[in-house]
Each structure stands twice: as C-alpha cells, then as structure tokens.
Design a protein around this ligand. Structure first.
Ligand code: NAD
Length: 341
C-alpha cells in the first residue's frame, strides 16, 4: 500500500520527538517527514531510536523558507501537516521577541499557504487526491492569558495572551482559523497545557531543577513560587494529538490538559523529595530552593477544562502525576549522570 506522507514540523524538539516514535510505531501506513531547523531547541539525539526507520525521513530546514516548503510539498507529495515547530521558551520571547513572530507567525503562514495551494483548487474545493488532507496546528493554553484562583480555560475562553510567545502563538491560531473560514482548509487546532517528560530542553523548569539539584546547585524559583500550571505527561499529549488528527472535526479547537495543577514550588519540592529518596545527600535537596525576581508579566495560573476532547473523542490522560514525574526524573538522572552537567 502506498504510504501517505505526513509533514511533521519541529519534530526534533521536546514534544515532536516524543510524538514521531509513537506515531510511527502505531501507524505503518504513513511516511513521516520531519522538517526541523535544528535551532538550539532541536536535537536529533532525541530521535536516535527511529533515525533508520523505513517510514521516516529528516530534512534540516526552516519553515520561514517558503520556497523550501514548496519544494518539499512537490517532491514528497505531502498529504498532511502536523505543525509543532515554534520558538517556545517564554523567557527567550521576553529577551528577543522578533524571532518568535518570524517563526511562530510567518512560519505558520508559509505552511498554511503552501498547504492550501498544494491541496486545493479553489476555496472550499480540494483536489481529488487531497480530499482527506489535514493541517493540524499544535498550540498552547497560554493564548488564553492568566486565570485567577478559580475557573478553567475552555474552547470558548477569550484570547488574552500576555507574553510575546503566547501572542505569537495566538496569532498563528487565528491564521489557522481564518484558513478554515476563508478557504475551507481542513484544519484542527489543539491547545495544550504544560507538558513534562523525557527529551525536554535543559532550559525548561523541570530539567533545570533536576540538573541543578544533581549538581548541588541552588534551585531558582520565580517570585514566591505560587504560580500554578496544569501539567500533562508528554505521551498523553501525543495520544491526544493522534486522536484529534484522526477523529477531530474540521475547523475545531480542542483543549488538552491533565487536571493536574501544581505550583512551581510544589514541583520543586516533589523533585527534591524524590531525589532525597533516590540519591540522598547529607541534607535535603529542598535546602537548595531559593526565590528569584519574578518574570515580567508572569501569568498566575493556567488550568484546562478538557471536557470537549473527553466527551467528543473519548480522550483521557493515562499517566498519573505521581508515576509520570518519577519516570521523568529517572530519565533525567540517567541523562545528566552520563554527561557533564
Ligand atoms: P521545543 O522548543 O522543544 O521544540 C521546537 C522545535 O522546533 C525544535 O526542534 C526547533 O529546532 C524547531 N524549530 C524552531 N524554529 C523553527 C523554524 N523556524 N523552522 C523549523 N523548525 C524550527 O518545543 P516543544 O516544547 O516541543 O513545543 C512544540 C509545540 O508545542 C510548540 O508549537 C509549542 O508552542 C507547543 N506547546 C508546547 C507545550 C510545552 O509544554 N512544551 C505546551 C503546549 C503547547
């Protein structure tokens, strides 16, 4: 059987590199092309396990390069897009916001344009061989801004992004929506809460805390540590993407979250408690925690009501935080004790 080509962008990053092996092992009928610019955030070591897989190809390239996208669509006859590529670190977006607009907004725009022209004859009319082609846009709950102590984000929450990162992702969501409304492009968007798990870049909260703790360095926590995030194990996110990609309704948005709210301080304490059990030192790792000046515009709380994806598509997270965080810490202990940290 001829395999359908799925263009995955940003597959060498944290979520993409968890998604591709999962997707390849589940679906022998797709060929995945991973297009990644290998910015500081992308690492092909994350994909070692599938680099020789017959249904996998890697292309080093940038979604800002529209001509390259045109060539890829032509040469490989791309049938579907699952779009992860983004500048994703909020702190970097505060220091240098323009690259976030270039990749997250213009890069998404290029992909939408190339997909539309390749797949469609005119608005709302697909070319025969692309009539099932789908564009899946991966986004974040941060587009909805910050919650107070109560309430949850739903698909109907107003957009209120507060950082250049979330504003650029919000803009890309809007472009995706407009391609559905204006051209009838078969799009779906998923907005997910904070992910945790293996293969995340060293700069992010959980890997940073584990690495520094293992090194006996102080553990920096923004502000008073009371900011709340809704944490989801990355593989549960991958399963939700799979479900929405295959079964979600065109033009719809699905929020994905683990109903697992934790303050940043709680996250640090959970990591320290586990390390105290596993690799005890003279004093608790908790003594390393200290508070640093808060991030400007730091959102207080994100929390998702995932009722829509649960009831319409039957998704449920499978990993509990208790087991997921242990697996995650073990993975980073293994990584960091094998290398200079
Ligand atoms: P990441 O930063 O780990 O990976 C991003 C990947 O995109 C990297 O491999 C990088 O090399 C690549 N990339 C960046 N700019 C590119 C460009 N111009 N052209 C081609 N490739 C480029 O990010 P992640 O955490 O894996 O997030 C993936 C997606 O999921 C993003 O769209 C992000 O907004 C979204 N998201 C992330 C989280 C989370 O908790 N990490 C939560 C919700 C949504």
């Amino acid at each position: 059987m001829k395999k359908e080509v799925v263009l995955v962008t940003g597959g060498a990053g944290f979520i993409g590199s968890n998604f591709i092996p999962y997707f390849l092992s589940k679906y022998p009928n797709y060929h995945v092309i991973n297009l990644d610019a290998l910015t500081y955030a992308g690492d092909l070591k994350n994909l070692k396990e599938i680099e020789k897989h017959p249904n996998y190809s890697f292309i080093k390239g940038n979604i800002k390069d529209k001509q390259l996208l045109l060539n890829i669509f032509e040469k490989y006859n791309v049938k579907h897009v699952i779009h992860f590529a983004a500048e994703s670190h909020v702190d970097n977006s505060i220091k240098s916001p323009i690259s976030f607009v270039e990749t997250n907004v213009m890069g998404t725009m290029n992909l939408l344009e190339v997909a539309r022209n390749h797949w469609m004859e005119k608005p709302f009319v697909y070319k025969e061989s692309y009539k099932n082609s789908r564009f899946h846009h991966i986004s974040t709950d941060e587009v909805y801004g910050s919650l107070g102590r109560d309430g949850f984000f739903t698909e109907n929450s107003p957009y209120a992004p507060n950082s250049p990162y979330s504003a650029s992702k919000a803009s890309s969501d809007m472009l995706v929506r407009s391609y559905f409304r204006t051209y009838g492009l078969n799009v779906v968007t998923t907005n997910c809460s904070n992910n945790y798990g293996p293969k995340q870049h060293d700069e992010k909260l959980i890997p940073t805390l584990i690495r520094k703790a293992l090194n006996g360095e102080r553990l920096p926590i923004y502000g008073d540590g009371k900011n709340i995030r809704d944490w989801l194990y990355v593989e549960d996110h991958c399963k939700a993407i799979d479900l929405v990609f295959h079964k979600g309704s065109a033009g719809e948005t699905y929020l994905i979250g683990g109903k697992n709210e934790k303050t940043n301080l709680e996250i640090a304490e959970i990591i320290c408690n586990y390390l105290d059990e596993k690799l005890p030192q003279r004093t608790s790792y908790k003594n390393l925690i200290y508070f640093i000046q808060d991030r400007p515009g730091h959102d207080f709380r994100y929390a998702i009501d995932p009722s829509k994806i649960e009831t319409e598509l039957g998704w449920q997270p499978e990993e509990s935080f208790v087991t997921g965080i242990k697996k995650t810490i073990d993975w980073y202990i293994n990584k960091y004790t094998k290398m200079e940290v």
